[in-house]
Design a binder for this molecule. Structure first.
Ligand SMILES: O=c1ccn([C@H]2C[C@H](O)[C@@H](COP(=O)(O)OP(=O)(O)OP(=O)(O)O)O2)c(=O)[nH]1
Ligand SMILES: [Mg+2]
Length: 179
């Protein structure tokens, strides 16, 4: 067993498909979305409303500007998949180039770095999530089984005389932050 994908336990009976390469020389294993998932537009209606009002008036009051204000944040789209690999290997999660063109979806983190020690971590069993941001004007509905990103296994290098880290990974998404 060198490297591969498994379905995380909570999705065991959901008929998920393991990531797959689509053409003979594809580098990336395409990941499908584990559930139907709606990605709200970053231009929520309250922001659009404020813009419309601004066209007719000089300024908005502070109250009007902050009414219904939302936190702009990326969404974590579930894949239901975990990946195992050898020490010295990493899975790079990249966007599909069709996502921005057809669905107005970008990866705000540029690429996702899936570490070997994320596999089976105590917090979420190593489930891989795809961070996505919908920069379009309309909400985007991703259907279960729709391909959302691709993963490429790669070797990585270490510097000379490195003091090896001792910390165990307990999760992802900032789990190693001290504050
Ligand atoms: O798009 C992503 C990026 C990361 N991860 C998971 C796998 C990875 O091993 C872990 C940590 O990622 P990273 O080190 O890039 O994030 P961090 O902000 O440094 O979090 P941590 O403190 O947990 O390392 O989160 C994903 O599922 N999807
Ligand atoms: Mg990290």
């Amino acid at each position: 067993m060198q490297r591969g994908f498994e379905i995380v336990s909570k999705y065991a009976d959901q008929g998920l498909t393991l990531p797959y390469r689509t053409t003979k020389q594809s580098a990336g294993y395409d990941f499908e979305c584990a559930t139907d998932f709606t990605l709200p537009s970053i231009w929520r209606h309250d922001v659009l409303h404020a813009f419309k009002q601004l066209r007719h008036r000089e300024a908005l009051t502070t109250d009007e500007l902050t009414a219904g204000q939302h936190d702009l944040k990326p969404y974590l789209v579930p894949t239901g998949i975990k990946a195992y690999m050898q020490p010295g290997e990493v899975l790079i999660l990249a966007n599909r180039s069709s996502n921005p063109l057809k669905h107005q979806l970008v990866l705000p983190n540029g690429v996702g770095v899936i570490d070997a020690d994320y596999y089976n971590n105590e917090k979420n069993e190593g489930e891989i999530f795809v961070q996505l941001l919908n920069f379009g004007l309309r909400d985007v509905v991703i259907k279960k089984g729709q391909r959302i990103a691709q993963g490429i296994f790669m070797p990585y290098l270490r510097v000379d005389d490195e003091q090896a880290p001792q910390q165990e990974r307990i999760g992802g998404f900032g789990s190693s932050d001290r504050t």
